[in-house]
Design a protein around this ligand. Structure first.
Ligand SMILES: [Zn+2]
Length: 283
């Protein structure tokens, strides 16, 4: 994988260097084609998969324009977290460009539900995510985290959280020829009672932190920084991306703004106290 600078208004695009004529796919919610194990995008028969951890690092770094060249159909997994991507972006440096940034401001509540799983967004003056997971495993169980963005909070609190899975699911996937590269080097793996990784967790609630990482990577497919409060309950890539498609296609529920204070970093503010709305009316 190579990351190359791109001009203003280029967006984030993946280019398949292993295919003739080097076709590109724009990283946008409308191009999501598969969410079964990871988030995949595609157009005109060209696909790129497992984009979400890289997209999260790009998004929180405030990068709007980037060309990503790949020599295969998948973004490298590294250690299953976003930390390696965040590190190379920091190392390369980020250049401010002349075009004005636009934010997407949630103006009316929006909800998407699938059984007891849901994603909702409510208007707020800042950006926050409250994520809840519930897995019937003694080391996971129910975990809720309210996470606010500021310039360092992603790197400190979210970026190092790894993908996780359960041994019985991994074995089933591998017997079907999937997750062939999956190992303890790039995932937290649980058996029935415990964790197989001998160094244990990186964060005690690493699983919910990784779900926030995944959500940020999927939210990046809206193409703009967000101002709003997001609450996510027992969701995954399928519901995340369906929600983001709904959000970008409902112009009455958000407005675009180019506040003078939008800096070259992700969002134009620092973490506030909890501001998730109450009793909103959904549509
Ligand atoms: Zn993930």
């Amino acid at each position: 994988m190579k990351l190359r600078p791109a001009p203003p208004n280029f967006g984030v695009r993946f280019r398949r260097m292993d295919l003739g004529r080097h076709p590109a796919v724009v990283a946008h919610a409308h191009h999501v084609v598969n969410t079964s194990l990871a988030t995949s995008i595609g157009s005109n028969g060209t696909t790129v998969s497992t984009i979400e951890h890289l997209m999260a690092a790009i998004y929180v770094s405030g990068i709007d324009n980037l060309l990503i060249e790949l020599d295969g159909p998948e973004v490298p997994i590294f250690d299953g977290s976003a930390a390696p991507f965040l590190d190379i972006l920091r190392e390369a440096g980020i250049k401010e460009q002349s075009a004005q940034r636009q934010c997407m401001i949630i103006t009316r509540p929006i909800l998407l539900r699938d059984g007891d799983a849901f994603v909702k967004a409510t208007p707020a003056q800042h950006f926050q995510v409250r994520y809840t997971i519930d897995f019937p495993h003694p080391l996971v169980g129910r975990q809720t985290l309210l996470w606010s963005f500021n310039e360092t909070s992603f790197g400190r609190e979210i970026a190092r959280a790894r993908t996780f899975g359960f041994l019985k699911d991994v074995q089933k996937l591998q017997s079907h020829g999937l997750a062939q590269g999956g190992s303890l080097a790039n995932a937290v793996v649980f058996d029935e009672y415990g964790i197989l990784n001998k160094d244990g967790f990186r964060y005690i609630d690493e699983c919910v932190r990784h779900k926030i990482l995944d959500f940020m990577g999927d939210l990046a497919l809206a193409g703009k920084p967000m101002i709003g409060c997001f609450e996510v309950h027992k969701a995954g890539h399928a519901l995340h991306t369906a929600f983001i498609k709904k959000l970008v296609s409902l112009p009455g529920h958000h407005s675009l703004s180019t506040p003078a204070c939008v800096p070259a970093t992700f969002f134009p503010f620092t973490a506030p106290p909890s501001i998730c709305g109450s009793n909103p009316t959904f549509s």
